[in-house]
Design a protein around this ligand. Structure first.
Ligand SMILES: [Fe+2]
Ligand SMILES: [Fe+2]
Length: 262
């Protein structure tokens, strides 16, 4: 081989088309391109070449093996947190997960430097990667909340607290975890200005006039305007409570502020 320091000619002669350096682009802007690399035990990411300096941060894994196009192999150990920085072009290589756990990492390419592959006469630059349009990222609007990390917020009714998970400020609809302490309850009969749904996660909560008892696994609904209560919590309970609109027509007397009533 005359001048093929990175093995791209060797790859071409063997009919190997170089692949991507990762499985999915997580984020890209003018400065960086961040890939996810995920290999199940025994799995390989195929021969590829890096054109930018890069950092690899392991999110989990173990023994891997790098094999270059020249047949050299090198074991790596990449457990969670393992971090490397590559500041020069290396020969075409592939990576195989040699452990019995999934290997997951983020590979951050630093785009301000682009290396030239001396051995690739007609392909100095890789084909442009599919780039997510700037505004496409806005299409992903998922929200994940770990409710265990939230504090219970006391309301102005004794023994009642909540974790507000979601609220639509325009419609008044909301989803919350509500917790009643044993002996607490809503003191009056009342109705809501929207449909109310409850799913009991723990404890025991009773609507006194109808002896409707919520226990873990029960689902309860008050259609808009349906009169119910008073209520009593017979065992500390947690309910997932959903309203599809405003909670009350007017602030009920058991709350001393408007915030608690919405
Ligand atoms: Fe690589
Ligand atoms: Fe109610």
């Amino acid at each position: 081989m005359t001048n093929d320091p990175n093995g791209s000619q060797a790859a071409a002669e063997r009919g190997i088309t170089l692949g991507e350096i990762g499985h999915r682009i997580v984020l890209e802007n003018e400065f960086v391109r961040i890939w996810e690399v995920k290999l199940e035990p025994g799995e390989t990411i195929d021969f590829h070449l890096h054109y930018h300096p890069y950092i690899v941060i392991s999110l989990g894994g173990g023994e891997n093996e790098v094999e270059t196009i020249f047949g050299e192999t090198r074991p790596t150990n990449e457990p969670l947190g393992h971090t490397i920085f590559m500041n020069e072009m290396r020969p075409v290589h592939k990576l195989t997960n040699k452990s019995d756990v999934t290997y997951l990492s983020r590979l951050v390419e630093l785009k301000h430097i682009t290396w030239t592959d001396e051995g690739a006469p007609d392909k100095p630059e890789p084909a442009p990667q599919p780039v997510m349009p700037e505004d496409a990222a806005d299409a992903f609007r998922e929200i994940l909340i770990q409710t265990a990390d939230m504090e219970w917020v006391d309301k102005s009714l004794d023994g009642l607290s909540q974790k507000m998970l979601w609220r639509n400020e325009e419609t008044g609809a909301s989803i919350a975890l509500v917790r009643f302490k044993k002996g607490a309850g809503i003191p009056n009969a009342h109705a809501h200005a929207s449909n109310q749904f409850m799913y009991c996660l723990s404890g025991r909560y009773t609507y006194i006039p109808t002896n409707t008892v919520l226990t873990p696994g029960t689902f309860y609904c008050n259609p808009t305007g349906s009169v119910h209560g008073p209520t009593i919590c017979e065992e500390d309970c947690v309910l997932l409570e959903i309203y599809d609109g405003p909670h009350y027509p007017v602030r009920p007397p058991w709350y001393d502020n408007d915030e608690d009533a919405r």
